[in-house]
Design a protein around this ligand. Structure first.
Ligand code: AR6
Length: 176
């Protein structure tokens, strides 16, 4: 489903994020920028070794931060590595909000028009999907209401259940 915020598009999609053709896709990263399992593993396998090599040069970032690399063999041009919180480490909501906003800021600073997000922290890091949908969508809607060059933000969910949770949450904001 699609919704318009300030003439920009938010799209909710059930798909593999490594197939997305947006300018950037977001990796659900860790603070060490070591591409492990989940989304990161899929990016590493399909994108090739150059992405991890660029991450190694950057070295790491804080929880809630985001850094950018090129995207190797992927369809997207860039990967934005966003570090979400691990469930139980404390201050998770704020960290997830920051990871979302910092990803959007990095995309905007690099003149990117479109970006695809996974449900950050909801796999290996164990954060609840409903809360993730609330936090990531609220942060994105707020961001798109301000001045930005970003025209389209896609939330790319792996399962039908996760898709429905994000769709219902977006509908609760837009009243559609
Ligand atoms: N496309 C879209 N969504 C996916 C895909 C995919 N190809 N694969 C998994 N998901 P996760 P995290 C969903 O575990 O919880 C790694 O080891 C998945 O169902 O990728 O932030 C990193 O290196 C879940 O809803 O990220 C970090 O160390 C969501 O993506 C750590 O895991 C996020 O799951 C990050 O853990």
């Amino acid at each position: 489903m699609n919704a318009k915020i300030n003439n920009r598009t938010i799209e909710i999609l059930q798909a593999d994020i490594t197939d997305m053709q947006t300018d950037a896709i977001v990796n659900a990263a860790n603070a060490q920028l070591i591409l492990g399992g989940g989304v990161a593993g899929a990016i590493r396998r399909k994108g090739g070794p150059s992405i991890q090599a660029e991450c190694d040069k950057i070295g790491g970032t804080f929880v809630g931060g985001a850094v950018i690399t090129t995207a190797g063999n992927l369809q997207a041009k860039y990967v934005i590595h966003a570090v979400g919180p691990r469930q139980g480490e404390g201050n998770e909501d704020e960290k997830l909000k920051n990871a979302t906003l910092n990803s959007l800021k990095v995309a905007n600073d690099n003149n990117l028009k479109s970006i695809s997000f996974p449900a950050i922290s909801t796999g290996i890091f164990g954060f609840p999907i409903e809360k993730c949908a609330q936090i990531m969508l609220a942060a994105t809607i707020d961001y798109l209401k301000k001045s930005t060059g970003i025209e389209k933000v896609v939330f790319c969910l792996f399962s039908k259940d996760d898709y429905n949770i994000f769709k219902n949450e977006l509908q609760s904001h837009t009243g559609t």
